[in-house]
Design a protein around this ligand. Structure first.
Ligand SMILES: C[S@@+](CC[C@H](N)C(=O)[O-])C[C@H]1O[C@@H](n2cnc3c(N)ncnc32)[C@H](O)[C@@H]1O
Length: 237
């Protein structure tokens, strides 16, 4: 997205801060508007299907966002061998979608996390997909004390950059989680560019992480046109 496009987005945000949650803005909005209440939808990623209860009432995370679909598709592209015998942690999981995809692909353990109001919908989606043996839901609020999680192999985060006051908390949480003595932890971070202010997130991130674009995703050309990037983050030594 060009700087002038971003300026226009920011001008519109100032006029109407909630506009991202309105249905008319098809280019930015996820396919489910926030009026969505207790609907069960089916999402397909390759041959894999996830049943998802979506409900916007507990907050914006109650519906599925574009970067979540991109990250889900990428996991399917990587296939089961990428996730087998690994503990996957998803941050800002909302409905739990990406974590559920990871579990369906064969991850040995998945922890989906979000703020307290989203716990119920995550748990209902775990049950709906009969994944209670593999997936647990936990409250993990960026900037607050971390719950007990055990060793983590992969951290997933989709569409978590949108609220400026959370930026430092998200960066600190990523750092605290990924610096595990004697263990390499991979972070897949899927981001949709919406506002010029997002640059501040990357300024903060740069102090603690380096990153590269994921370069083996056959769908990247399509989603990059929508302002979505899939990044692999590494903590700076
Ligand atoms: C735009 S939604 C994306 C949800 C999901 N990852 C997806 O792609 O569909 C952002 C998510 O971040 C969560 N979030 C926002 N601030 C948070 C915080 N301080 N701690 C934990 N999660 C947070 C929201 O509750 C929401 O579920």
């Amino acid at each position: 997205m060009s700087d002038s496009d971003l300026s226009e987005q920011e001008r519109l945000d100032n006029l109407d801060p909630l506009r991202h949650f309105r249905v008319e803005d098809e280019s930015i909005l996820p396919s489910q508007p926030p009026s969505t209440k207790e609907q069960i939808q089916s999402f397909n990623y390759g041959s894999l299907t996830v049943q998802l209860l979506v409900d916007a009432s507990p907050g914006c995370g109650g519906i599925a966002w574009p970067a979540g679909h991109v990250l889900s598709n990428y996991l399917v592209h990587r296939g089961p061998s990428y996730l087998q015998d690994r503990h996957i942690l998803e941050l800002g999981s909302g409905t739990g979608l990406v974590g559920l995809v990871a579990a369906k692909l064969g991850a040995s353990k998945v922890t989906v996390t979000d703020q307290l109001p989203l716990l119920e919908i995550m748990q209902r989606n775990i049950n709906l997909n009969s994944l209670g043996q593999t997936v647990v839901s936990k409250e993990l609020d960026w900037g607050k004390e971390l719950p007990e999680l055990g060793p983590i192999d992969v951290i997933l985060a989709a569409d978590c950059v949108y609220f400026e006051p959370s930026f430092p908390h998200l960066v600190n949480t990523l750092e605290a989680l990924s610096r595990q003595p004697g263990r390499d932890c991979e972070i897949l971070f899927c981001y949709k560019q919406r506002r010029k202010a997002d640059k501040r997130f990357f300024t903060l991130l740069k102090k603690k992480f380096t990153w590269t674009d994921v370069d083996d995703d056959p769908q990247s050309e399509v989603y990059r046109r929508e302002g979505i990037s899939l990044l692999r983050l590494r903590p700076k030594p």
